[in-house]
Ligand binder design. Structure first.
Ligand SMILES: Nc1ncnc2c1ncn2[C@@H]1O[C@H](COP(=O)(O)OP(=O)(O)OP(=O)(O)O)[C@@H](O)[C@H]1O
Ligand SMILES: [Mg+2]
Length: 318
């Protein structure tokens, strides 16, 4: 029996490049997003997130390289791509003096959903975004979070398989963000591929199964969230507090160990940076105790994801 063909990726880019004049906004991006992923696309302001999503959504043409959505080339098969994607831009206008159902029905008609089917479709998407009770409301009278969810309902109307959402949680209060994230989880459960951009890595930490980090148009990481910390933050840090003994002398002994790359005395403690994330820091206690120092405390520094992100995007690991 022959092996089953590997599934077509939801999104694949190959050396995708985009320039604006002399400015390289996207520089040879190679990215694979699998079907069913809830994928976080992370980068600071100007990193190239919107540029990438607009190319995938067929609104912007690449200057070089290629990109495909569910196997369809975004340039040569743009129509096919438009059918399978739902693109929510970072800024979008809603028709404030339209009623919620009117608005969604209008977009359903644009996608040529037959009139007889549209009412049910509108009801279904409204239920998905939790706004069934706002059916008759004027869009302008809804809160920012609700308007954002209406925007999401709009891109779901033609039941797209791949969702491209450009910072859907920006400008929302914490509760509205949580509600938005819960909807995205539900969409994943329904089998959709969801790609969400953000400049806050920690925001997507528990939501996404995979993330990519871009900076100045270049991919600097793609993989599971956990891997960001492990791969990007070179050198775990441990703090040692001595009860007795000369810290300068202790530093002298510690410097002899290959596992340690740097030692600094800070506020009566020693900040010890190991050479990489894998290095075993038990050698710190071993060296100190074996040389007659009394240790009051030895603790590993918890490096927050956001700190890792800042470290990574400053190009310090490049
Ligand atoms: N139409 C344009 N003309 C010229 N330069 C542009 C244009 N659009 C984007 N850029 C530049 O391309 C780079 C990438 O921009 P892009 O909007 O893709 O970044 P982003 O990651 O979405 O940033 P943000 O977090 O601010 O939304 C930026 O330096 C931006 O100034
Ligand atoms: Mg953007």
């Amino acid at each position: 029996m022959s092996e089953a063909a590997p599934p077509i990726p939801a999104v694949q880019t190959s050396n995708l490049t985009r320039v604006y004049g002399s400015m390289v906004a996207l520089n040879n991006l190679n990215l694979t997003i699998n079907q069913g992923d809830l994928f976080g696309f992370i980068g600071s302001n100007g990193a190239g997130k919107t540029t990438t999503l607009r190319i995938l959504a067929t609104f912007l043409s690449p200057s070089g390289g290629s990109a495909a959505v569910l196997g369809h080339d975004v340039v040569k098969e743009a129509d096919a791509v438009r059918h399978v994607i739902g693109y929510m831009p970072d800024f979008f206008g809603v028709y404030k003096d339209m009623e919620v159902t009117e608005y969604l029905d209008f977009f359903g008609a644009c996608y040529k959903i037959p009139a007889a089917k549209r009412e049910k479709t509108v009801d279904d998407v409204l239920e998905l975004v939790g706004l069934t009770e706002k059916k008759g409301a004027l869009i302008g009278a809804l809160s920012r979070g609700m308007q954002q969810r209406i925007g999401l309902a709009r891109v779901l109307i033609h039941d797209p398989k791949v969702l491209l959402l450009d910072e859907p949680a920006s400008g929302l209060d914490p509760r509205a963000r949580i509600e938005m994230m819960a909807i995205l989880e539900e969409l994943k459960r329904l089998g959709k591929t969801v790609i969400i951009s953000s400049h806050i890595l920690s925001e997507l930490q528990s939501l996404c199964n995979r993330v990519a980090i871009i900076e100045k148009g270049k991919l600097i990481y793609a993989g599971p969230v956990q891997g960001v910390r492990e791969q990007m933050f070179t050198g775990r840090v441990v703090w040692a507090k001595l009860r007795e003994g000369d810290p300068e002398k202790a530093m002298g002994f510690l410097k002899l160990r290959n596992e340690i790359s740097q030692i600094e005395p800070i506020d009566g403690e020693l900040k010890i940076t190991m050479i990489d994330h894998e290095a075993d820091h038990s050698c710190v206690a071993e060296v100190l105790v074996n040389n007659g120092f009394k240790l009051l405390e030895l603790r590993e520094e918890e490096v927050g994801l956001e700190e890792v992100f800042l470290h990574v995007t400053k190009g310090e690991t490049q």
